[in-house]
Design a protein around this ligand. Structure first.
Ligand code: ATP
Length: 249
């Protein structure tokens, strides 16, 4: 079943066609990546999906509901949670406090049949579970700002996960990481995705990362979809290789 459906989604900035009639779906349980050369429209498409910007034309349908004009917080309430390219955590608070706050932020946006302390205990439990899934339990009490860059990125994912998203949206999860940190992040994220139950859409520059993590890939070039399918098929596609000028295989 399609959890997310984009229909002819288009975004123009003055004379620039940033996103050009993009039609694609994300099925429940799928890990999909959006890739494309610089300026292809990845970030613009991500903003249209999360509700940061409104499209010029086209529709965004989440779980059968039209959300095209719904603001970002409304989409979050429906179960879209995103990570941030620039880590948005509280550096002086512990990793555990950060995930707990993230879990509470989602609680505030929906009615829960629990009172006072029970709500906090439930948020803490979900935060701790998210830390464990990202392999961060051993640094749970450390101030977030003192974690390694790689662990901060994983904490960012744990915070999104603590909101128990129906769709986890990841914006360049390995950007700015060293080779070693990238390898570690890919291992942890690969394990997380393999454990199942998540539907993920990620934007990522690093091809190695994409081919290790994604089950399906959508390729953008000049705002339009030029390929869509399984990694091996996409990798072998001549249109994709020429878009990347010389290919990446
Ligand atoms: P990169 O890989 O370099 O981050 P991208 O694939 O994410 O690129 P976008 O950032 O979405 O691509 O940009 C797509 C096109 O839209 C580019 O030509 C860009 O200059 C233009 N663009 C994006 N945002 C705006 C904006 N707010 N105003 C005007 N033009 C914009």
């Amino acid at each position: 079943m399609a959890l997310l459906e984009l229909q002819d989604l288009t975004k123009r900035y003055g004379g620039i066609l940033a996103v050009d009639q993009v039609t694609m779906t994300v099925e429940t349980g799928e890990v999909r990546a959006i890739i494309g050369p610089n300026g292809a429209g990845k970030t613009s498409l991500f903003h249209l999906i999360t509700g940061v910007v409104k499209p010029t034309e086209g529709n965004v349908i989440f779980d059968g509901q039209h959300v095209t004009t719904m603001p970002a917080f409304g989409r979050c309430q429906l179960g879209m949670s995103r990570t941030f390219q620039i880590t948005a955590l509280f550096p002086e608070m512990s990793a555990r406090e950060n995930t707990k706050l993230a879990a509470q932020a989602r609680d505030k946006q929906r009615w829960r049949p629990l009172g006072g302390g029970a709500v906090f205990a439930e948020a803490a439990r979900r935060g701790d579970a998210a830390l464990e899934r990202l392999g961060l339990t051993h640094v749970a009490e450390r101030p977030a700002g003192l974690l390694s860059h790689g662990d901060q990125r994983l904490l960012d994912v744990a915070m999104a996960l603590a909101q128990q998203p129906r769709l986890l949206l990841m914006d360049e999860p390995t950007q700015g990481l060293s080779v070693e940190e990238t390898a570690q992040a890919v291992e942890v994220l690969g394990g997380l995705f393999a454990s199942g139950g998540l539907t993920v859409l990620l934007v990522e520059h690093d091809m190695e990362v994409v081919f290790r993590l994604a089950q399906k890939i959508t390729v953008l070039h000049r705002g339009a979809v030029i390929a869509d399918g399984e990694p091996e098929t996409v990798k072998a596609d001549p249109a994709v290789q020429s878009a990347y000028l010389g290919g990446y295989a």
